[in-house]
Each structure stands twice: as C-alpha cells, then as structure tokens.
Design a binder for this molecule. Structure first.
Ligand code: GLN
Length: 454
C-alpha cells in the first residue's frame, strides 16, 4: 500500500486518481496486516486497489466524474466495494472516468483526461474509456487491480488499450447497488487487472446475490481461480464472420487469426460462426442506452445531490432545474439525455425505443443459437484499433467515437460475460487485445479459456 501511494503521488501527470484516500488506505492496510498475522486472512487481504469514481464509497467523494455531483459524499457503500473491503482489499482512492461512464476515451471527465502510460511518440494517448483511470492505474502500477464498470465496453476497451485484463461478467453476477446508474439494463461491474488469475480472484470477491438489487442473480459464486487449469482441449471456439467488417485493419485481422491458431494449438476446435444481427447492435445500443440514461439522470435536479446553480431574483423551481442541469452536465451527457428523451417521447417510442428492444432480442438469439450449436466461447478483436491520440476522435463527430465499441456492445446487449486479454503489440508498438465471449454464468470457463490465450 505504501509503495502504491508513493507511486500515485509521483504520477499526477497521468491523472488516474481523482480522489486519493491515503489515510483510509493506511488504516485498512494496518487492519489487513493484523488479520494476516492472526492467520484468518481473506483472499484479497491487504491488496491495494483503485475504485472507479462510479462506485459510491461511504464518506469519500463519489461524483461519476461529473460537475453535477460536485461535493456529493455518499452515506453508504456500494455492495461491490463493500464486498471487496470485506475480502480485505485496501482502497487507495477514486479513479478517473468518462462523465457518468459515457464515452470511450475518458475525455468527458470533469477532472480532465486520464493519460495512457503507453507512449510511442510525443503524443499523449487515451487509455480508453469509460474506465480510463482504472486502466491507467493498473497499467502504470498505481494499484494491483481496479474496479471498472461496463455498459457497452467500458472495461474491455480500456483494458485492450493499456495491455491489461478486463472482464465484464454476466449481467446480474455483480450487484449494481450503490453504483451510479448509466443504463441499468446494460451496466455491470467487473475487475481490471494485470493477469487473468487476478481477474478470477477479484471477480469472486465482487460477485454474488444482493437483496438490494433485484436484477442480481441468486446463484452460487464458484471458485473461479480453481477453474484455471489452462486445459481447453475439446472446447469449441466460434469466430464470427460479421466481426471482420470491410476496412478492418490488417494487423487486427492478423492478431485475431493468431489468437485462433493459439487456441487451436491448445486443443480447441475453431469454427466459423455467424451472428447475423451484429450490424444492428451499435445503432440499437445508442437508442437503448441514452433512453435509460435520460431516465436515470432525471434525479439530478439540484435538490437531492451535489451541485445547485446560483439563482437570480425571480427564479423559480424550473429555472433552478434548468440552470443546475445546464451547468452541471457536460456536453456528451447532455447529448445522451436529449437523444434518450427523444426516443422515449410519445410518437417516437415505437419507431425507436421499441424497435431497438426488438433488435436486442435478435442479437441475444444470435448468441444463444451459437451456444446451442455447441460453441463454448466466441473469439473476436477487442477494438478496431490501438489507443488513439487525445483529441483525435473527440474532435470528430461523435459517431466516430461510438464506433470504438462495435465489438464489445453486442455482449452487453445480450447480457453475456466478455473478457479482454492482451494479445500483442500493434505495428506502432501499442498494446492490442482480443475478446472472448462466454455462455451466461460460465465466467469460470471463460476465464480458463482466456488463461490459455494469455
Ligand atoms: N462507450 C460506450 C458509451 O459511451 C460504452 C460506455 C460504457 O461501457 N460505460 O456508452
């Protein structure tokens, strides 16, 4: 813990931590030392971790990197962060992210950009997003592991951009209670780590049924680490042809082929499959996610949480709402609220929101058909490119940024577990990742396949 705290203080330029909590960390580290001495140490006893700013942490500012939650210090602890604490993990501080987890580059944060520790020329690169601070902190040794959340790729894309491991478990595996909501039917928490083994250990600590989240599954949490045998003989790996769009960079295609060859060498059967509705996933996601966000973010009204605008004489409650929300939310969040409100409005609901929900069902069915046909896991690239320069995408039109998530979004739409593992370097020398997608609730199997690929 002390070594991490010192490293964090020396790495302010990366802007990974937005709130440092050294007093809390040292106190918990001391308690962990005592437990280790007594010999009743839980799995993560004394392991220093970073916490994405989306998790409510009791007595510690939790702002989802938004101006509207300025000064918000929760009275409660999220279930996942509590479970990690119970498992002995030591929180070092809160990590940078895109505002309300909306973004793929960490550039929409009220705290400014997080910077990828990887660099090949004078340009500063994005660590990806929305869990950009988490990825930066893990890659730069500013913690041993970090929490992330993933609504459309926010764990898996930053993991790919920083050469780290990130798993989004099955929807319902981790409780969402106390995690600031973005799109509730898609949001899931998961670990971001240096290795697959660390991810297995940390996921076990984070997962489990919670009475406070009705969508959390009442299922036993397996010992994921014990399932890491590296033996994948006889497993069937699907390679979906729709994930090789025209214009996919050659090096990404090669990385993917090499990954498939590696799994084959390890004794798996590699099979081409079809997920025919893939091309509709991105547009459908950008209807469903903003719709849910517009509803979730309605609560930030200047009364209950955080920021309230200064009002002029004669301003009433409507002016208070308007000014507070105009000042508190950033541009990307406002764009999502407007899109979401539009697609839910009377007259457009059927044309957009309902249609997107139907598409979502078809995407889900594509995957279950593949699994029913005997496929155990699906291998795809994690991202269409390596990390890009800050400003490079955010200055273009927003759709360019949205396209970053083409390979990860389908997984959230179907509620499946997905993991990104580092798979090599780009021609420029930047990390690239591969994604494995698993059957629902079979994270153990998925982690084991990832372990064989690592
Ligand atoms: N980039 C996607 C979005 O902005 C996904 C973000 C996420 O997974 N939280 O919605």
């Amino acid at each position: 813990t002390e070594a991490c705290l010192a490293a964090i203080d020396g790495a302010d330029a990366l802007n990974a931590y937005v709130h440092k909590t050294p007093e809390i960390a040292l106190e918990r580290a001391k308690a962990a030392d005592a437990r280790l001495k007594e010999g009743d140490a839980p799995d993560m006893c004394g392991l220093p971790i970073g916490m994405k700013d989306l998790f409510c942490t009791k007595g510690v500012a939790s702002q989802a990197a938004s101006g509207i939650l300025e000064g918000f210090t929760p009275e409660y602890e999220s279930t996942v962060s509590q479970k990690l604490q119970d498992a002995g993990a030591v929180m070092l501080g809160k990590l940078n992210m895109d505002e309300f987890a909306m973004g793929s580059s960490n550039e929409s944060s009220v705290y400014g950009d997080a910077i990828n520790p990887w660099k090949v020329d004078e340009r500063n690169l994005t660590p990806g997003g929305s869990s950009g601070g988490s990825a930066t902190a893990v890659a730069a040794d500013l913690c041993l592991a970090a929490t992330g959340t993933d609504t459309g790729g926010s764990i898996r894309q930053p993991a790919a951009f920083t050469g780290t491991v990130g798993i989004k478990p099955t929807y319902g595996r981790c409780s969402r209670w106390g995690i600031i909501a973005y799109a509730s039917s898609l949001d899931q928490a998961g670990p971001m780590t240096k290795t697959v083994r660390d991810a297995a250990i940390m996921l076990e600590a984070m997962a489990g049924h919670d009475m406070k989240d009705s969508t959390s599954a009442d299922l036993a949490v397996p010992n994921f680490e014990a399932m890491l045998t590296g033996d994948i003989r006889g497993k069937v790996i699907g390679v979906p042809k729709e994930y090789r769009p025209e214009g996919l960079p050659e090096e990404i295609g090669k990385l993917w082929d090499d990954g498939a060859a590696m799994l084959k060498d390890a004794g798996a059967e590699v099979r081409e499959i079809s997920l025919p509705h893939t091309k509709y996933a991105l547009p459908a996601y950008y209807v469903i996610a903003p719709a849910e966000a517009s509803s979730n973010l309605a609560r930030y009204d200047g009364v209950r949480y955080g920021h309230r605008a200064k009002l002029g004489a004669g301003d009433g409650i409507n002016e208070m709402y308007e000014k507070t929300r105009a000042e508190g939310f950033g541009d990307e969040v406002k764009r999502r609220i407007m899109v979401g409100t539009y697609v839910l409005s009377a007259g457009f609901y059927d044309a957009y929101y309902n249609r997107a929900r139907k598409v979502r069902t078809l995407i889900k069915k594509d995957f279950s058909d593949a699994f029913d046909a005997g496929v155990d896991a699906i291998l795809t690239p994690a991202t269409p490119s390596a990390a890009f320069g800050l400003g490079e995408m955010s200055d273009a039109d927003p759709v360019q940024m949205y396209l970053n998530d083409v390979f990860t979004i389908t997984v959230n739409m179907a509620g499946l577990p997905g993991i990104t593992v580092p798979a090599g370097l780009s021609s420029q020398g930047l990390p690239l990742g591969l994604q494995l997608i698993g059957r629902p609730w079979e994270e153990g199997d998925l982690l084991n396949t990832a372990y064989a690929l690592e």
